[in-house]
Structures are given as structure tokens and as C-alpha cells.
Design a protein around this ligand. Structure first.
Ligand SMILES: [Fe+2]
Ligand SMILES: [Fe+2]
Length: 164
């Protein structure tokens, strides 16, 4: 599959980048929980800004490609008010809420020194997103691949390319 012409392949390629960032995130969170020095912990928590920059920009663009390009067209076949697209939209909302809370805790770290809640929120965010992208790839994207016509896929791809 060609990521420059197949929207499902392009979205899966985004997922690979998301998985890599989540693996980094989980690595940082483990270290934050295990270091004994405050200085080292501060440095590690600072590294989390690169993760939140990714979720604010790249993950948000990915969500919008699904919400504005794929879901409306696939929704003509399977609906958007109930079923898998509805569930995916709810999970995007949960993901945005968790990542906003995670970012707020990181920004407040020097005042509150509450690294345990940063670890818990980060792990909840990671678990949610890993399971979300698994569901998309194993359920929704398979439906899209079988239901959508070549012309619909092309239209979705063109719309996705306008989302930046
Ligand atoms: Fe999604
Ligand atoms: Fe996705």
C-alpha cells in the first residue's frame, strides 16, 4: 500500500509514529518513578515537553484527518451516532482531556512536585491510545478498506492532505 495515495495506509503510518512516541513516554515515566535525585527527576520531567508537543501538533492533526476526512465518508456506510465511529470519537475526546490534564500537571510540577500523578496520567494516556489505535486498525480500517470505493479513498486522501 502506498501512503501517498491510500488514506488507510497513511493513517497506519501515523500510528507507527504514535506508537514510537508512546514507547518513549512509557520509558520516561518508568525512569521518573525510579530515580532518587530531584535534579534527575526534574530533567526527565522536562523531557516530557517533547511528548506533549507531539500530542498537541502531530496527534491532533492525525485525529482531524480521521474526524474530518475518513469518518464522514465511512459514516455514510456504518453511521456516526452509534457503533465504532461513535466509540472512536469518544476516545479522541478522552485522549484530548487526558493530554490536557497531563500537560497541566507537567507545567505545575515545580510548584506541586507531584510526579506520581504525572506518571499515572501518562500511563492512562498511553494505555488509552495504544488500545485506540489497535481498535482502529483491527476493526475500523478493515471496514474502510472493504467498503470504500477507490474514488472515495481518493477523495479522503485529498481532504487529508489539506489538514495541517
Ligand atoms: Fe483515532
Ligand atoms: Fe488513528
Amino acid at each position: 500500500m502506498d501512503t501517498s495515495i491510500d488514506p488507510i495506509a497513511a493513517l497506519k503510518s501515523d500510528h507507527e509514529a504514535v506508537r514510537a512516541v508512546l514507547n518513549n513516554l512509557e520509558g520516561y515515566l518508568k525512569k521518573i518513578g525510579s530515580v532518587s535525585s530531584d535534579g534527575l527527576r526534574n530533567n526527565l520531567i522536562n523531557q516530557l515537553h517533547e511528548i506533549t508537543a507531539f500530542t498537541d501538533k502531530d496527534l491532533e492533526i492525525h485525529f482531524r484527518k480521521e474526524e474530518e476526512a475518513l469518518f464522514p465518508v465511512l459514516g455514510n456506510y456504518i453511521g456516526v451516532e452509534t457503533g465504532p465511529i461513535h466509540v472512536m470519537l469518544l476516545e479522541h475526546k478522552q485522549s484530548r482531556e487526558l493530554s490536557a490534564e497531563f500537560k497541566a500537571r507537567i507545567n505545575n510540577y515545580l510548584a506541586a512536585k507531584d510526579f506520581k500523578s504525572i506518571i499515572d496520567l501518562g500511563n492512562s494516556f498511553s494505555r488509552l491510545l495504544f488500545s485506540h489505535i489497535d481498535k482502529e486498525e483491527n476493526i475500523l480500517f478493515i471496514m474502510a478498506d472493504t467498503q470504500l470505493s477507490p474514488g472515495e479513498k481518493q477523495g479522503i486522501m485529498e481532504k487529508m492532505l489539506t489538514i495541517k
